[in-house]
Design a protein around this ligand. Structure first.
Ligand SMILES: [Zn+2]
Length: 507
């Protein structure tokens, strides 16, 4: 299993992670038993370089891969970032389809083949473990693909990846492509073949599994299926398909499936990408049975409607109900049950907020805790924080907001008016932390039912073609809005200086 949540996943519009968040994700990927963790694209920015290098130092079991285009500069920078990895892998790629070679690369096919040889050899001079990808592989002419793969293996590539970059192939077609390729390339037995599928037609997982049937022994995927456009193949779906149907799919992975729910929640929290309710394996409804007929069957025998148990993916049966009298220990246990393990400081901060919430709200539901802890994980180490907020709203405008922000330890206050309270808050933030970003999305969602429910707000900001999403939760919708905006702003600061995403697209 090759996970690219930190590279392809992070590349999707609006998804961005800070260094601390990337390290947390790397830890859980390592604990899950992912074989290769693709940590980023070192040449893309100083921030990407640092995160690959930090992940490389940190990961104990898996290999750590960095992505590089077919240029010496890319490859050398990638090798530098991977210097401290126990098992470094350089993943280099170039487009091989007629369309990409002509319009994107503006290169003759023969020149592309030369670049394959030179880039792979250069990478091999740095590390033993080199992966080569034929970008837009599924739309590449078969004969040309065979030549490129043969050259890459001869130059020392140990893994050959055939990506369905645009999410265009079908299972039967992909299976046939990989089967024919492995037969036609004379030195095919010297490399592991890999699949990398995008989900534009909703076929990423099906295509990946078809590739495995054809002999591929590496699957590139992401947690929650996040990634460019419609995303990548979802790791949790591939793993559970193989585990649940070993008769039809006689392959196994080393993934600790009980950590899948926790990994899903963490990635959702740090990217601010919600998981759709009916998402397979990790959606909140994935194991919910609401219809009477189903419930009746379930009570008689769980296997009537359940093909796998919620426990197998780490969904615990809820035992503890939380309220204002719950103590620290119960709180910690509850979080564990929900898949969170916080450090002492984070736990203490989250506990304070939980107590505060329990004072205001009779029952604290699991979803309340999830929103609170996610907010804590996302916003705890931020440079800019919301310190205090007072809002005047109602029928007689203008609505106004008095806001205090903590900007790197320096507290500043500003009062602003606006067309409604949210506008007033955002104007105050703009005055305190001037920026040029435009607001692309403002979304409020009630975490649970009832008028005392917490509000969870998502804010997406964009600047110079880069977009980021911030999230905030609070029983007060306006406080949640301020937190979400500030969270997005913090993310934008970490993204500045990064090369435009379209110039960096890969695989
Ligand atoms: Zn991709």
């Amino acid at each position: 299993m090759f996970d690219t949540t930190l590279r392809d996943g992070e590349q999707s519009p609006g998804a961005s992670m800070t260094l601390e968040e990337k390290l947390e994700v790397a830890d859980i990927l390592d604990a899950l038993g992912v074989d290769v963790i693709e940590a980023g694209f070192p040449i893309a920015s100083q921030g990407d370089f640092e995160s690959v290098s930090e992940v490389a130092k940190r990961v104990k079991t898996g290999s750590v891969a960095g992505l590089a285009r077919a240029s010496e500069k890319d490859i050398d920078r990638c090798a530098e970032a991977l210097r401290d990895a126990k098992r470094p892998r350089i993943h280099t790629f170039i487009s091989t389809s007629p369309l990409h070679m002509k319009y994107k690369l503006q290169m003759e096919p023969e020149r592309v083949l030369e670049m394959v040889a030179s880039s792979v050899s250069r990478a091999r001079n740095h590390v033993e473990d080199v992966e080569w990808s034929a970008e837009d592989g599924t739309r590449t002419e078969f004969e040309f693909l065979c030549r490129a793969v043969e050259i890459a293996i001869r130059a020392g590539a140990t893994t050959i990846n055939i990506p369905d970059t645009v999410g265009y192939t079908t299972p039967a077609e992909y299976e046939s492509l990989l089967t024919r390729l492995r037969e036609a390339v004379p030195n095919a037995d010297k490399a592991i073949f890999s699949v990398h599928c995008h989900n534009d037609l909703g076929l990423a997982v099906a295509n990946s599994l078809a590739g495995v049937r054809a002999g591929a022994r590496q699957i590139e995927c992401t947690i929650n299926g996040i990634g460019e456009r419609a995303g990548n193949a979802a790791l949790e779906e591939i793993v559970m398909a193989m585990r649940t149907r070993p008769d039809a799919l006689p392959f196994h992975t080393g993934i600790e499936t009980k950590l899948l729910t926790r990994a899903s929640k963490l990635v959702s929290a740090v990217t601010s990408f919600p998981v759709q309710y009916n998402k397979a394996i990790v959606g909140r409804n994935a194991f919910a049975h609401e219809s009477g007929i189903h419930q009746d069957g379930m009570l008689k025998n769980a296997f009537t409607y359940e093909i796998m148990t919620p426990e197998s993916v780490g969904v615990a049966k809820t035992a503890l109900v939380m309220g204002k009298h719950s103590g620290r220990h119960a709180f910690r246990e509850k979080l564990k049950e929900l898949g969170y393990e916080l450090g002492d400081n984070a736990l203490e901060d989250a506990f304070k907020r939980f107590k505060d919430l329990a004072d205001r709200k009779k029952i604290v539901y699991d979803d309340d805790l999830i929103a609170l802890v996610d907010d804590e994980i996302v916003n705890a180490h931020e440079f800019i924080k919301v310190d205090a907020l007072m809002v005047m709203a109602g029928t007689h405008g203008p609505q106004s907001a008095a806001l205090t922000l903590d900007i790197g330890g320096d507290k500043r206050t500003h009062q602003a008016t606006g067309n409604g309270p949210v506008d007033a808050i955002f104007n105050a933030i703009k005055a305190l932390a001037p920026h040029e970003a435009t607001l692309e999305l403002f979304q409020v969602h009630a975490v649970t039912e009832g008028t005392d429910a917490q509000a969870e707000v998502s804010v997406r900001l964009s600047e110079d073609g880069k977009s980021v999403t911030g999230r905030g939760a609070d029983p007060d919708t306006l406080v949640a809005s301020a937190r979400a905006y500030v969270s997005a702003l913090n993310r934008l600061m970490t993204k500045r200086g990064k090369t435009k995403p379209e110039a960096m697209q890969a695989g």
